[in-house]
Design a protein around this ligand. Structure first.
Ligand code: MN
Length: 299
């Protein structure tokens, strides 16, 4: 389990596109950073903010809640102003709330807790100030019309693009030997994201479905994929459209890598994994039954 800091582009997307924030350790003391950050974010006029502090009633006119457990709405980012040692204790509440992002302010770091949060699908920013990053991203978004030329450092690897954890979903992992790289992320909610996935010989992605769609173009090797109840052979420069809510899974050939570009929306839903009933339905088609891989061990 490893934690990785989101890229500058991803941090831009987080601070510019998030709406509902919970601020743990918010304070009424104007000398505290948490007070100044809350004031700055309120002044932006684009955030809904829940201060969390059992010792305060109101902060800048907002009702302060005793803990994250009191929150019943969806939260985009939990911003934390606590000592690094307190993160571990706070983690169960954060995992239960399932925000898109856990944000630890400047000087706060807990790699173990961050890795656990990452593993359950929560992006984690550590040791950064939300206010500073927001001010910077807002400024750079204003003159962001500049071309990007992403050159390869070697075949299928790009300068400055690192490998991400492939998938952080609930439940058991169902993929095998997959790596993921983000080539481009637009910093607008309505924007697009281009990723490169690479599956080692014999490996496969998770069998899943979701509201957002994929456009997939293989650029390395060979493989096959399931889209709803159809199986397609994949060769370089083919194009596959995975429509909304279609079950899908990609597999590399037994003796070759499969690498593909995958285009998605920045603002997208989490995948749904099949339950026993779904699998039973899928297995009624003999070809599909033979194709799908459900366990991390494959087969
Ligand atoms: Mn998918």
């Amino acid at each position: 389990m490893v934690w990785s800091q989101p890229s500058t582009g991803e941090i831009d997307a987080i601070v510019l596109n998030s709406k509902r924030l919970a601020i743990v350790g918010a304070s009424n003391d104007p000398g505290r950073a948490s007070n100044q950050v809350l004031k700055y974010l309120l002044d932006q006029g684009c955030f809904e903010i829940s201060p969390i502090n059992p010792n305060e009633e109101n902060i800048h006119g907002l009702k302060s809640l005793p803990s994250l457990k009191e929150i019943s709405t969806k939260i985009d980012v939990v911003i934390v102003f606590r000592r690094s040692e307190a993160i571990k204790e706070l983690l169960p509440e954060i995992l239960a709330l399932r925000p898109r992002v856990l944000w630890l302010q400047l000087g706060i770091r807990d790699d173990d807790s961050s890795a656990i949060a990452n593993q359950s699908g929560i992006s984690v920013v550590q040791d950064r100030c939300f206010k500073i990053e927001h001010a910077r991203a807002k400024h750079s978004a204003q003159d962001s019309f500049r071309p990007i030329n992403l050159a390869q450092s070697e075949p299928f690897r790009w300068h400055g693009v690192h490998e991400h954890i492939y998938k952080a979903d609930d439940g058991p992992a169902t993929f095998k030997d997959v790596s993921r790289r983000k080539l481009f992320v637009e910093s607008a909610e309505s924007g697009i994201e281009l990723r490169y996935f690479e599956i080692a010989p014999g490996g496969h992605t998770t069998l899943e479905k979701h509201d957002h769609m994929h456009l997939v173009i293989p650029i390395r090797g060979r493989g096959s994929c399931l889209v709803e109840n159809q199986i397609f052979e994949l060769s370089i420069n083919d194009m596959i459209h995975v429509p909304s809510w279609a079950w899908h899974q990609f597999r590399a050939a037994e003796d070759e890598f499969l690498g593909f570009l995958c285009l998605v929306k920045v603002d997208r839903d989490r995948p749904t994994l099949p339950d026993e009933k779904d699998l039973e339905l899928m297995r009624q088609d003999a070809q599909v039954a033979q194709f799908i891989r459900e366990k991390q061990t494959g087969n």
